[in-house]
Unconditional design. Structure first.
Length: 410
């Protein structure tokens, strides 16, 4: 497998597509917002590895975050090895490595505990099964709490959906195990950009579980809070978190995933073919099913950030434009899935001409929930991972080839 990092000596425009391009300066800009929120509120921020685990940029993230949080044995190990106290790049502040999983198996729990500073169990059943092992190692134990309310526009991502398995909701059962835990994790936001909605939801949690919270040492409020938006009232959020922390005497944790890397990545592709079927069609050398899976899962479209290396700001066409716009262009991925569509776009104002074979298109916001979900569907070429460092230099962090594809299938 080709895992050698190289420094690009030719212009970025000469790099074969497809590739993910991460921009460290944009990541640091997000980190500075997170750092300010933590300074104002007293909260601690943990990178959610389920969203972003490209450890080639962890060095610029470490000074701003307090550690990582995970969803599996592999993630907690990665956090420990590349971000935590075992990381060579971390020689200053102690970083925390939080472990969580919807369900641990008995044959992996010992290894999980080798890497974890805190462990959060999803259910009382899992807590009962494994708490003794954690306590024997003096590892703080937590429990996921499900308030049965949430801020999520997507049922597929709603932790409080009907019949949810994500956490415990019965207060009496939670009270019965309070002696076994030191904290709880409450993750009930998904792309929530409303401070008011977050605050009201937290107030509901306080009203129902306030006496439980007062007996804990820490509370993780999870991720899904879009506080890096330019118009988000960051100071109000900080005040709300600080007041919550002081009222219950708990250390608050946040788990920013998308907020850590929003706007910092793109998927750079090349047009392989053009067609016309009532509208202009273009096929690029990448795939949403293989490389930006969330577009398919959530039935969303990608924004376009550049065409032929020229910056643009092209959002997908709205419903009205799609229904009556014969000059629009639909950009498809190259897999055989009929619905492998990056989006439909009105390109007239930006390009003044239809797309042509050989044109380069960069799709934006391609850092979160992309590389962690990429797959080998159709055997489509896997995008390289490329990093634009703070000094402007370009690293080809990782390339993939046929041997990687073959090895993935054994």
């Amino acid at each position: 497998m080709n895992s050698t990092k190289t420094v690009l000596s030719t212009p970025l425009s000469a790099l074969p597509t497809p590739y993910y391009l991460l921009d460290e300066a944009s990541i640091v800009a997000n980190m500075q917002i997170i750092e300010r929120l933590c300074q104002l509120s007293g909260a601690k921020a943990l990178l959610a590895l389920k969203c972003f685990a490209t450890w080639g940029v962890f060095e610029v993230m470490q000074p701003f975050l307090h550690g990582t949080t995970s969803s599996s044995l592999n993630e907690v190990r990665l956090g420990y090895e590349t971000f935590g106290n075992n990381s060579a790049a971390n020689n200053k502040e102690k970083k925390e490595t939080h472990a969580y999983s919807v369900a641990y198996s008995a044959d992996e729990i010992d290894e999980v505990l080798n890497y974890a500073d805190k462990i959060i169990f999803n259910s009382i059943s899992q807590l009962t099964a494994f708490k003794d092992k954690a306590q024997a190692k003096n590892i703080p134990v937590g429990l996921r709490l499900n308030p049965k309310t949430s801020n999520s526009s997507f049922i597929i991502a709603d932790p409080a959906r009907p019949f949810s398995r994500l956490g415990e909701h019965d207060k009496n059962k939670i009270v019965a195990v309070l002696d076994d835990i030191t904290g709880v994790m409450i993750h009930n936001n998904c792309e929530n950009d409303s401070f008011e909605a977050f605050s009201e939801s937290l107030a509901d949690i306080e009203a129902r579980f306030g006496d439980v919270l007062a007996k804990l040492e820490w509370v993780s409020l999870g991720g899904g809070i879009h506080f890096i938006a330019s118009d988000y009232p960051l100071e109000k959020l900080a005040d709300r978190l600080k007041g919550f922390s002081e009222k219950y005497g708990v250390q608050v944790y946040l788990e920013p995933g998308e907020a850590s890397i929003h706007g910092s990545g793109s998927l750079v592709t090349t047009v392989l073919d053009t067609m016309h079927n009532e509208k202009n069609l273009a096929v690029v050398d990448a795939s949403i099913e293989a490389h930006m899976l969330d577009l398919l899962i959530y039935q969303e479209s990608a924004s376009i950030t550049s065409i032929n290396d020229k910056s643009v700001d092209i959002v997908p066409a709205n419903a009205e434009q799609k229904n009556d716009a014969p000059n629009n262009t639909i950009i498809y991925g190259r897999s055989c899935l009929a619905g492998d569509i990056f989006g439909e776009y009105d390109l007239v104002d930006a390009t003044q001409k239809p797309l042509e074979i050989g044109d380069k298109i960069a799709f934006g916001n391609a850092a979160g929930y992309t590389m962690v979900k990429k797959n080998w569907f159709n055997g489509v070429d896997m995008p390289a991972i490329v990093i634009r460092r703070l000094d402007g230099s370009i690293d080809i962090q990782r390339k993939f080839d046929y041997q990687d594809y073959k090895a993935s299938l054994s």
